[in-house]
Design a protein around this ligand. Structure first.
Ligand SMILES: [Zn+2]
Length: 415
């Protein structure tokens, strides 16, 4: 059976009909609609002859046994956010299904090929994203906290998982699935505006950004807005405003895709008749290079001290969350570049702002790479999410070429 990328587009539309409504995709993990989508996927792949199993974390696997046990993995997630788009996650799975069909039709492959549909990438119901992939990667360490989590209706996470045959206490047993993994590939929509602005359909992802997230609090003195002369003020918001502008310059100076955002500033007392006493800023800084990320943080801290001095206020930093950059495999990045070059004129290498299941797999030490396909208007997590059908078809083709090249590479290195 030759590769038929148009079938992928047809199947994406079929899935949208089956599991979406007028507000968008409704395949939230650990719900009936999600289970329906998984059953549908199983039926679609029945005739391929791949063996289906669900692991201890609820990940759904389809395995085509090859001459070697070493496995090429192709992954994605069929779960969506509520009112989600028609491509986020399920494009990866259905493109992988098409590649599996092509490989199966050619007889037993030299290495084992496995498609994985990760459980709960989005974390939409319980606020814990990358559930299945972090369990398989062995990095899940928050079971005690997860046990306490409840959804908006008060249903506990372990209860919801049990309804789908998953025992939270055993989720880490899913690690066994990665024991034979030799490479991991994932296609995803970009969910950003870069490829569209360059007018190219496909790009290779270099890795996922490291993140430094801090609460920065400037503390001055509340004072009457009418009676306090301008040169006598200790204005927390004055310093916060300077920092909000400066982090944009820091990102520009650092370059290489650096992004810095002050996403929130809460002022107190927060009334029109008082100078601001405290301004609490939430700062998010991201870079693919750990050294550059650390440099941006240092620069922001120094700038905040300087502004605090200028405004005669105090400044205090508290780390909210951080993750190191996760880099994808250099050899696979080269193969992905060539695969894209074969189906489209130009390729482009770019970092990923959002985290993906692929980052968890890479963290577990499996050589990993991702392909991005252009997102129209950079929109995602909304029913407005879209990609041109011809670009979706090119993406399936590029994934297939990449799978083929990776299989060859693995077969050679094991023989
Ligand atoms: Zn996704």
């Amino acid at each position: 059976m030759p590769l038929d990328p148009r079938r992928t587009v047809d199947e994406l539309r079929e899935l949208r009909e089956l599991t979406g409504d007028e507000d968008g995709a409704q395949r939230v993990a650990w719900t009936e609609t999600w289970a329906k989508a998984r059953d549908w996927l199983g039926e679609k792949l029945e005739e391929v002859g791949a063996e289906e199993n669900v692991d201890a974390a609820g990940n759904q696997w389809f395995t085509l046994a090859g001459e070697s046990e070493r496995a090429l993995l192709i992954g994605g997630h069929i779960d969506s956010v509520p009112n989600g788009g028609w491509l986020d996650g399920c494009l990866n799975v259905l493109a992988g299904a098409e590649v599996l069909r092509r490989i199966a039709s050619e007889g037993p492959p030299p290495v084992t090929v496995r498609l994985v549909n990760w459980a709960d990438e989005e974390g939409a119901r319980f606020g814990r994203s990358l559930f299945g992939s972090s369990a398989a990667a062995g990095s899940m360490a928050d079971q005690a906290e997860l046990r306490q989590r409840r959804d908006a209706n008060g249903i506990a996470l372990p209860e919801a998982l049990a309804e789908h045959g998953v025992d939270l206490d055993r989720a880490l047993d899913a690690r066994a699935e990665l024991a034979t993994a030799a490479a991991y590939l994932e296609l995803h929509i970009e969910q950003g505006p870069v490829l569209e602005s360059m007018e190219i359909p496909l790009g290779v992802v270099l890795g996922t950004f490291g993140v430094e997230r801090h609460q920065v609090t400037f503390k001055g003195q509340a004072a009457h807005a009418g009676s306090t002369p301008m040169d006598k003020r200790r204005d927390g918001l004055g310093a916060a405003s300077k920092l909000a502008l400066e982090i944009r310059e820091i990102a520009k100076r650092t370059g290489g895709g650096a992004v810095c955002t002050v996403g929130s500033v809460v002022t107190k007392p927060g009334i029109v008749t008082s100078v601001v006493e405290t301004a609490e800023c939430l700062l998010d800084q991201r870079h693919l290079d750990a050294g550059k990320l650390a440099g941006m943080l240092t620069e922001a801290k120094e700038a905040s001290q300087r502004f605090a001095g200028e405004e005669d206020v105090e400044v205090d930093w508290e780390r909210v969350w951080a993750i190191e950059p996760i880099l994808f495999d250099e050899e696979l990045i080269e193969l992905a570049d060539s695969a894209i070059g074969e189906v489209a004129e130009t390729s482009h290498r770019l970092p990923s702002g959002p985290l993906h299941d692929a980052a968890e797999v890479a963290r577990a030490g499996v050589p990993t790479v991702m392909l991005f396909v252009q997102s129209l208007r950079g929109l995602s997590h909304t029913k407005l999410e879209d990609t041109k059908p011809e670009h979706l078809e090119l993406a399936v083709e590029a994934l297939d070429r990449l799978a083929s090249a990776t299989t060859d590479r693995l077969a050679k290195s094991s023989g």
